[in-house]
Ligand binder design. Structure first.
Ligand code: UDX
Ligand code: ADP
Length: 461
């Protein structure tokens, strides 16, 4: 059996590596139009940082896992093709700023239709609006060669970056959506046959295609909503001297609520949450459910507010006077254990501090200076000459902190914990008063105060 995956990103790469690892008799080819990315998968360093990924790739690359730019060849040879391309928020025209941009998915469908000379099972891996399978099937059917048949399955990926390998190796569930026709069910069985190499059958859920597509959007919306809910409470904790971690622990012990995803933070980031909620809200609105759309949008608005609130707290500590002050930012990735910066709260915080005319010295253990600058440039509405000279990318935490007025923790990397970093030594190289703002609940604020920092956290004293 041969399978192909179009899109060698954070989802396609790790997912196919684990499938190849668990199914030695299946030949897996991952293709991407980005030649640089494919070269990195083949020759290293891998284009995405993910704990445990290198070991899996080292085991299977060249054995039954192949990376290539030959998209047409992979389509031709495979019986099953996963679509794992990016689906960013549409930046233009109808639905701009809300709807998912499906041009990459559509491009894949057209290419598959053009190239395929044998029957194919096409699997949606990317998170897509409900009924995208209809669009894909429409293109495949309209443009196919005579006698070629297609089945479209939805098999959304639930992995989180930073824990992708563990999530793939022991998922909470796998979801397979298919047509309920005999051909659709047979295609679903083929896909299920891959997963049963390592996952118990009772963890594999089946449904129609639309439920599967909607389940993925809903899962992300619910997860993000929990964070926005606890972040809303974090504001109240700060004004009432309650402690958000204690509140979260108390409510999380209720089995009906559950303890996970209740960590108050400077705001959620990542490529999925904002995009998928906006896409869900757009779907609601399109179907006339305006209140439902507004409900979900408020989860995103809450997140934007949380970031602004955190920056306001910093600016207030400096009595609104940040001109020329050096602020060390610890962490730029959207969470620890990834080099991904998409929608990272650090981007918004850095840009807002730059608007206040501060100098920001940024360190991240995995994000390169080029990537930091690119992310800021892409997100900034202001001309680069107004702020770029005030961005410093530091090689280590100590050099970011030297002569700084404040440390701001934005990613909960273990490297920034008090067990690893000597905060007393850092303090000695800073301006006074020295401030510390923890956007991640990484540090014990009382301990930091004892060292001499003026410290502030989210939802706690
Ligand atoms: C998410 C979903 O978890 C995953 O199932 C889906 O497939 C893709 O989107 P990901 O974006 O990789 O995964 O990371 P996740 O662990 O969900 O974190 C998202 C953001 O929420 C991060 O910025 C994280 O720091 C933040 N977060 C998470 C909190 O602020 N508080 C929490 O309690 C949990
Ligand atoms: P994700 O986090 O969903 O994996 P990424 O942006 O990391 O998203 O990866 C998506 C990949 O899909 C990119 O490397 C991009 O080059 C690739 N891609 C998009 N459209 C096509 C296409 N039509 N053919 C081949 N590769 C594509």
């Amino acid at each position: 059996m041969r399978i192909a995956c179009i899109g060698a990103g954070y989802v396609g790469g790790p997912t196919m590596a684990v499938i190849a690892d668990k199914c030695p008799e299946i030949e897996v080819t991952v293709v991407d139009s980005n030649a640089e990315r494919i070269a990195a998968w083949n020759n290293g360093p891998l284009p995405v940082y993910e704990p445990g990924l290198e070991a899996v790739v080292a085991r299977v690359r060249g054995r039954n896992l192949h990376f290539s730019t030959d998209v047409d060849g992979a389509i031709r040879d495979a019986g099953m093709i996963f679509i794992s391309v990016n689906t960013p928020t549409k930046g233009y025209g109808e639905g701009a700023g809300c709807a998912a941009d499906l041009r990459f998915v559509e491009g894949c469908a057209r290419q598959i239709a053009k190239i395929a000379t044998t029957d194919k099972i096409v699997v949606e891996k990317s998170t897509l609006p409900v009924r995208t399978a209809e669009l894909i099937l429409g293109i495949l059917t309209a443009e196919r060669r005579a006698g070629v048949n297609f089945q479209v399955l939805s098999n959304p990926e639930f992995l989180a970056e930073g824990t992708a390998i563990a999530n793939l190796e022991s998922p909470d569930r796998v979801l397979v959506g298919s047509d309920k026709t005999p051909e659709g069910l047979a295609a679903a069985e083929k896909l299920i046959g891959i997963y049963t190499h390592w996952i118990e059958r009772d963890k594999i859920f089946t449904s129609n295609v639309w439920s599967s597509e909607l389940a993925k959007l809903t899962a992300n919306a619910f997860l993000a909503q929990r964070i926005s809910s606890i972040n809303a409470i974090s504001a109240l904790c700060e004004s009432t001297k309650a402690n958000v971690a204690d509140v979260a622990a108390a409510i999380g012990a209720d089995a009906r609520i559950g303890s996970k995803f209740l960590r108050a933070s400077v705001g959620f980031g990542g490529s999925c949450f904002r995009k998928d909620i906006l896409s869900l809200a757009y779907l609601c609105e399109n179907d006339g459910h305006i209140e439902a759309a507004n409900y979900w949008r408020s989860v995103v608005e809450m997140n934007e507010w949380q970031k602004r609130r955190f920056v306001r707290r910093i600016v207030r500590a400096f009595s609104n006077s940040m001109f020329g002050k050096r602020i060390a930012l610890f962490g730029f990735a959207f969470k620890k254990d990834t080099d991904d910066t998409r929608e990272s709260a650090a981007i918004a915080v850095a840009l807002q501090l730059l608007e206040e005319k501060a100098v920001v010295a940024i360190h991240d253990p995995k994000v390169s200076p080029e990537q930091i600058r690119r992310a800021l440039r892409e997100a900034s509405g202001a001309p680069a000459e107004e702020w770029e000279s005030r961005v410093i990318c530091a090689a280590n935490p100590a050099s970011a902190v030297r002569d700084a007025h404040a440390i701001v923790i934005l990613t909960d990397w273990g490297e920034y914990s008090a067990q690893v970093l000597d905060y007393a030594a850092l303090l000695r190289t800073m301006n006074r008063p020295a401030f510390l703002f923890d956007g991640t609940a990484l540090l014990d604020l009382a301990e930091m105060r004892a060292l001499g920092f003026s410290s502030f956290g989210i939802g706690r004293e």
